[in-house]
Design a protein around this ligand. Structure first.
Ligand SMILES: Nc1ncnc2c1ncn2[C@@H]1O[C@H](COP(=O)(O)OP(=O)(O)OP(=O)(O)O)[C@@H](O)[C@H]1O
Length: 262
């Protein structure tokens, strides 16, 4: 494959990707999905609709039981190291409690054998991107929940990923902190030209962030609707109280309700 075809390939494709666990649970019926480079896509749905399952299959952390996943045109090999191009942010910040912020953020570079001088420079840049300059020497217990999540995001950005998979990253935060992190994430997404697949239960978070939302339903897990949030960026706080925002939220709400009564 040439560099030109890699550029043209979708960032992510799911070609009938499905998952039935060994227990017999149909976590995800076959999904057809194409995510363009630079897109912000959100998976929205209730607990158990297969959001994490789909994200883990895209990351190669979980093998599909049917169909295929591709990243940048290449088949995803389950269990194979994804490389620095992919970042995965979990709901829990999963920081090493005994290590200072800078050491936590440098971990992926240490594991990859990046020389210390270069790694330290990249850690500084990643901390600046998430607004944590000055907290290099802090321990995780000295940080607020939002700051821990920023550190976790910095640890992900330090490898300079092109694709960010985010599994309810701000779900445990208070609403105001979450709004702030949502806004900062959008800025990062635009600045860095990232492709993002974001998982949430929150209709409002989905509307605020996304270009496109896949509405999902449970038992069995499946995609029931695809909704475009055709609103310009940058999206300011006022967008949250606009009529357009309310209309998009109502549309997603109807999609979720329709799926739960179907
Ligand atoms: N390892 C597993 N073995 C068996 N069943 C599983 C496993 N992981 C998930 N499931 C089941 O698959 C379904 C989809 O789970 P998944 O975690 O993907 O949903 P989700 O939408 O991400 O839920 P949540 O929002 O609660 O995280 C659920 O019914 C869940 O119980």
């Amino acid at each position: 494959m040439t560099a030109a075809t890699a550029q043209a390939a979708p960032a992510v494709e799911a070609l009938g990707a499905a998952k039935t666990y060994a227990s017999g649970t149909q976590a995800l019926l076959p999904v057809q999905l194409r995510v363009a480079p630079g897109e912000f896509l959100t998976l929205l749905g209730p607990s158990g609709c297969g959001k994490s399952t789909l994200l883990k299959m895209v990351a190669g952390l979980l093998a599909p039981s049917g169909g295929e996943l591709r990243r940048w045109g290449q088949p995803v090999v389950p269990g194979a190291a994804a490389g620095p191009e992919l970042g995965f942010v979990f709901q829990e910040p999963t920081l090493m409690p005994w290590a200072r912020v800078a050491d936590n953020v440098r971990l992926p570079l240490d594991l990859a054998g990046v020389p210390r001088g270069e790694a330290d420079g990249r850690v500084q840049s990643a901390l600046a991107l998430v607004g944590l300059q000055g907290f290099e020497k802090s321990l995780p217990r000295e940080l607020s929940g939002g700051m821990k999540m920023r550190a976790s995001l910095a640890r992900c950005l330090v490898t300079r990923p092109r694709l960010l998979l985010m599994d309810e990253p701000f779900g445990a935060l208070d609403e105001i902190t979450r709004y702030r992190l949502d806004s900062d994430l959008l800025q990062l997404w635009q600045q860095q030209g990232l492709t993002v697949i974001f998982v949430t239960h929150s209709i409002h978070e989905a509307v605020f962030l996304s270009q496109r939302v896949l509405v999902m339903a449970a038992r069995p897990g499946r995609v029931v609707e695809e909704v475009s949030i055709d609103e310009p960026y940058p999206r300011q706080a006022e967008f949250r109280v606009s009529t357009a925002f309310a209309e998009h939220a109502a549309r997603l709400q109807r999609g979720l309700l329709g799926a739960s009564t179907a």
